[in-house]
Design a protein around this ligand. Structure first.
Ligand SMILES: O=C(O)C(=O)C[C@]1(C(=O)O)C=C[C@@H](O)C=C1
Length: 282
C-alpha cells in the first residue's frame, strides 16, 4: 500500500494524487498476477457451490469477503476516506477514531463496489485465469480479495481527484456551472484528460510486460528477446510480438491488463468523479 496522503493534514495536489494512482498500478498488476496462477475455480463464485456448516447460501467469495471486512472494520479500515467495503452491517472499530482532515464533501457516500465486484467476477477473473478447477479455492479467494480491494481503492480515489479539480481556480467556475446545471456530459468532458489516459495505458503495458516475465528465462542470455539481449529494440527491452514464445510464458496477459484499465478502471474512476461532482454542492 502506498503512503497515505490523507492523514498528512492538507489536501493532496493533483500531481500527488496521480502519483498514488501510478503506484496503485503496480499493486493491481501484481495482485492480478497472483490470482492468475490459479485456475478459474468457478466454485468460488457460484452461490451454493460450497456447503457451509452454518447454512450460508451465498458464494464462497462473498462469505470470505464479509469475514475479512468484519476484521478490517474493527481495526478502522473503513474510516479511512479512501477505503470502501463491499459488504454491509460491519462492526464498529475497537480502536478510537483516527483524525482524518476533511478533504471530501461526499454527502451521498458514493460507493460503487457492487459494480466493481460484478466486473471483477464476470470479466476480469475469466480473462486472467485458465479454464478449469484446481481446488485452490482459499488461495484464489484470498487473491480475489486483494484484487478487489486494490481496484476499489483506485477507483474511489476518483473522489479526491475530482475534489482537486473542483478546487483548481482555473476551472472552478466551469465546474460550478455544470454542477448547478446537473450536466453530467459537460462534467465528464471537463474532467477528462486524454493525454494522461494515453500515457497511463502505454506505461501499464510496459509494466505488465516487465512484471509478468518469467525471470528464469531472463537470466539466460541465449533466450531470444530476453531483457538485456541487445537484439531487442522495444522500449522495455522485451519482445512485444503477439506470436513470441515469451508472451505465452508471461504470467499475465498484458493486453488484458491494458483493456481492464481502458474499459473498466478508467471509466469507473470517471464515473466516481462525475457522481462526486454532481453532489459536491448539495
Ligand atoms: O488524472 C486524472 O486527471 C484523472 O482524472 C484520473 C484518470 C484515470 O482514471 O486515470 C481519469 C480521467 C482522466 O481522463 C485521466 C485519468
Amino acid at each position: 500500500m502506498s503512503t497515505n496522503l490523507l492523514i498528512l493534514g492538507k489536501a493532496p495536489t493533483l500531481s500527488e494524487l496521480r502519483n498514488t494512482l501510478v503506484r496503485l498500478e503496480d499493486t493491481i498488476i501484481f495482485a492480478l498476477i497472483e490470482r492468475s496462477q490459479f485456475k478459474h475455480n468457478n466454485a468460488v463464485y457460484k452461490a451454493g457451490a460450497m456447503q457451509f456448516k452454518d447454512g450460508y447460501s451465498g458464494s464462497f467469495l462473498t462469505w470470505f469477503l464479509k469475514e475479512v471486512e468484519q476484521v478490517h472494520a474493527k481495526v478502522r479500515r473503513y474510516q479511512s476516506p479512501d477505503e470502501y467495503p463491499f459488504t454491509s452491517n460491519l462492526p464498529d472499530p475497537i480502536l478510537p477514531p483516527l483524525d482524518y482532515p476533511p478533504v471530501l464533501v461526499d454527502p451521498e457516500h458514493i460507493n460503487i463496489n457492487d459494480e466493481i465486484f460484478d466486473v471483477y467476477v464476470n470479466t476480469v477473473v475469466p480473462g486472467i485465469t485458465a479454464v478449469g478447477d484446481d481446488k485452490n479455492y482459499g488461495s484464489s479467494a484470498t487473491r480475489d480479495i486483494e484484487c478487489l480491494q486494490a481496484l476499489s481503492r483506485r477507483i474511489h480515489y476518483g473522489k479526491f481527484v475530482a475534489e482537486s479539480k473542483f478546487q483548481d481556480p482555473s476551472t472552478h467556475e466551469e465546474y460550478v456551472k455544470h454542477i448547478k446545471e446537473k450536466n453530467r456530459d459537460k462534467l465528464m468532458e471537463l474532467l477528462t484528460n486524454e493525454k494522461v489516459e494515453e500515457q497511463l495505458l502505454k506505461r501499464l503495458k510496459v509494466k505488465a510486460l516487465i512484471y509478468g516475465q518469467d525471470l528464469s528465462s531472463a537470466i539466460d542470455n541465449s533466450t531470444p528477446n530476453a531483457p538485456g539481449n541487445s537484439s531487442c529494440t522495444s522500449v522495455c527491452n522485451i519482445c512485444d510480438d503477439p506470436d513470441s514464445p515469451d508472451r505465452a510464458k508471461s504470467r499475465v496477459d498484458y493486453d488484458l491488463v491494458v483493456s481492464l484499465y481502458r474499459d473498466y478502471v478508467i471509466p469507473l474512476t470517471k464515473e466516481v468523479e462525475v457522481e462526486y461532482l454532481l453532489h459536491r454542492l448539495d
